[in-house]
Ligand binder design. Structure first.
Ligand SMILES: Cc1ncc(COP(=O)(O)O)c(C=O)c1O
Length: 398
């Protein structure tokens, strides 16, 4: 098998496209679908890229990235995350997504198993299956009521064939962060079965709870089994620039370099140069943005109390809320399709994040206050109409 059937079109993009079609047809639309920071790319980066281009920096670079940027990323991982990264561990890619696929391509062998914590980012499963179609993927769901790991279940999934455990903290779609003791247990399991851990930390800077972000890579003295993935899309609103990186154990690095050489040659040179040049940018925008995200979560929490039928665990990071529709008796696809066609509010079905999450849907709150308000009102209206329909059917039956 070269292309596994489970590799579906991204449901996130599918719903975004459906919303786009409605908009093109002149119908009203409120998009709470895709997750992009709703602040502008900081001017410092725009100026830096203009300067870099005007200086003619537009040629090939070395495959793993320009040395200056790799140095800075390694320093950042040491300082912010206590990860013992060296420049030689760093590969710069066109976003966190390619960084992830590079790591998977470098490590997976036929017959391997990969353990995924779910709900998980939509691209994890397809990326694993694209990298090595024969892999068996075991998905372990967090406990819905607390969004915490069931260690017993995780223990059953991890074994001698496990090549990698993929985690994402803070999490997309549910905004929870893994606790230090949970990460310690994951690390111990990986040690016991000599597996890698891939840790996607792209929402690290968007945490608005009091819990500090913990990187599982900080449990090592040298980078040996943890691959840390991060990038600039979410923290710096550089989504379209495409810049991310992976911190790779040295034993995988020569494979990674070969893949880079033959597939990508290098990541866009002037984007790398510009980010290196604007590196000292103070990121002050983030504290205001975190406050804003927190205020929106408070708004959602107050609203959800007024909508019988919906529940959620308030997110602590990122810009997504994962709402339970368990009591409504519809699938997540039915819910999101109906919501879109009846109210013009675009969201993402929970099924996109794992088969156990068909009784949830995801709302992005990286939108204007007006859109968030309109979107929540649309959801309330739709939930009430669903409940009325169910009551009418039950009335007819009795
Ligand atoms: C968990 C997670 N990882 C990676 C990405 C993609 O990041 P990038 O734009 O750097 O490829 C996203 C964004 O959608 C995400 O939610």
């Amino acid at each position: 098998v070269f292309f596994r059937e489970e590799i579906n079109q991204s449901l996130t993009l599918q719903f975004a496209e459906a919303a786009g079609k409605r908009r093109a047809a002149g119908l009203p639309i409120v998009s709470l679908g895709l997750g992009e920071p709703d602040f502008d790319t900081p001017a410092e980066f725009v100026e830096a890229v203009t300067t870099v281009l005007s200086e003619g920096n537009s040629r090939y670079s070395s495959p793993n990235g320009i040395p200056n940027l790799r140095d800075k990323i390694a320093q950042k991982l040491n300082l912010d995350n206590a990860i013992p990264a060296e420049t030689a561990n760093i590969v710069v890619c066109a976003g966190a997504k390619p960084a992830l696929s590079l790591a998977l391509m470098a490590m997976l062998e036929p017959g391997d198993e990969v353990v995924l914590l779910s709900p998980s980012f939509v691209s994890f499963l397809p990326q694993v299956l694209l990298a090595e179609p024969s892999v068996t993927v075991k998905s372990v769901s967090v406990v819905a009521g607390s969004m915490s790991i069931d260690l017993e279940q995780l223990r059953t999934a991890v074994g001698p064939k496990t090549r990698a455990i993929i985690i994402n903290t803070p999490n997309n779609p549910a905004g929870f962060a893994l606790q230090k003791h949970e990460l310690e247990s994951i690390y111990k399991l990986a040690e016991e079965f000599d597996s890698y851990i891939i840790s996607d930390e792209v929402y690290e800077k968007l945490t608005f709870s009091d819990d500090a972000h913990v990187s599982i890579g900080s449990f090592e003295e040298t980078v040996k089994r943890v691959i840390t993935i991060n990038g600039f899309s979410k923290s710096h609103a550089l989504t379209g620039w495409r810049l991310g990186y992976a911190c790779i154990p040295s034993q995988l690095m020569s494979r990674v370099t070969k893949i880079q050489q033959h597939m990508y040659t290098n990541t866009c040179t002037f984007v790398q140069q510009a980010v290196a040049r604007a590196w000292e940018f103070d990121c002050k925008h983030l504290s205001g943005y975190r406050d804003l995200l927190k205020a929106r979560v408070d708004q959602i929490t107050q609203w959800i109390d007024t909508v019988p039928g919906l529940t959620y665990i308030a997110p602590k990071s990122g810009f997504f809320a994962f709402l339970s529709i368990e009591s409504l008796g519809v699938t997540s696809n039915e819910f999101c399709s109906g919501l879109l066609s009846e109210t013009g509010v675009a969201t993402t079905p929970g099924l996109a994040f794992g088969s156990d999450w068909d009784d949830h849907f995801r709302v992005s709150y990286a939108v204007s206050d007006t859109d968030l308000q309109k979107g929540l009102e649309g959801i309330s209206t739709y939930v009430v109409s669903l409940q009325d329909k169910t009551a009418a059917i039950q009335g007819q039956q009795s």
